[in-house]
Design a protein around this ligand. Sequence first.
Ligand SMILES: [Zn+2]
Length: 385
Amino acid sequence: MMALAESLPTSHDSPEARRYNRIHRRLSVADFVVGALFLVVLLRTGWSGWLRDLALRRGFQNYTLAVFLYLFFLLFIAKILGLGFDYYGFRLERRFQLSNQRFRSWLWDETKGFLVGLVMAAIVVELLYYMIRQFPQNWWLITWALFMGLFILLAQLAPVLLLPIFYKFEPLENEDLRRRLVLLGERAGTRVRGVYRWKLSEKSKKANAALTGLGNTRRIILADTLLDNYAPEEIEAVLAHELGHHVHKHIFKSILVQAGITLIGFCVANLVLHYAVDHHMFEELSDFANLPLLALTATVLSLLLMPALNAYSRFHERQADRYAFESIANVEPFISSMNKLAQQNLAEREPAKWIELLFHSHPGIASRVAAAEEWSRLQNAAAHS
Ligand SMILES: [Zn+2]
């Protein structure tokens, strides 16, 4: 009767997984701290003002051009400062056999990443200072509304415009699997507009799957590292989880939450800028040397909100898991796919509680597997009573 002991997953993490995640975490924290310190140093030493003057001289005193040059200087220096961490991260993946990406390919990705980041940041920052100059009173409210529109547009464009810069995609060719997945989508009340094979293997050995985009670009992407190594039932289980996000309208809810937080952020940013001007740190609101102050405000806010947002995300993940349990024939493929993923991605099945609370957007694999087993146990109990 009691097969519970045997069915418990072998959930203890290998020393290798522990070590990889510990190094990875320290690397992220160090990278973050250096980035934040850079902003503080720019403000405390007056270097930000010096860079602004340089940008104005090189930009022929043209405000718009100077804003772009200033931003370029800032992002370029930040990239140089963080390059050591980026390289270490690249070596780390190789050291733990999680990637076989070549150095040149990595360097090319870094370059593309920097350029894409520069273009997006330039649009955002130019708009921001244009609004501050045009509407010094209500800039924060107007800019917030504008940025929300941009954000939704970007979410739509990302799968067709941004992701293909870094990865190759092709329509899923496996007809049998495709049919299964479309059927699963229909049961979730969504017409699956496209299922794509995501060529992740060139960059990583980790497996992944996602439901991306909005509206017409809403699509399912499945990494080739997943497609090639998992049974159809397991892929179905992974996809059922993704569809759970759709059924529970998680993208829409996340955008709403994001909008609320960003509104608070803009309100705080406006107060901070006024405080800085009143205390003669800057002459006026539109002095773009105050950009590091705005970035620092956003950094502090997101750091404060991170545990709450992660908790919200973990809640969504558990909801999506529950949807998966309900929509597949039995939970075994879900459990085996989870265990495979943990092994393949060198994930910690049982992260320390405080680490999960602070850093993790997903519940630990061990607790997700336990939830699946609990659900199955209750189903069986109900069926036999
Ligand atoms: Zn998920």
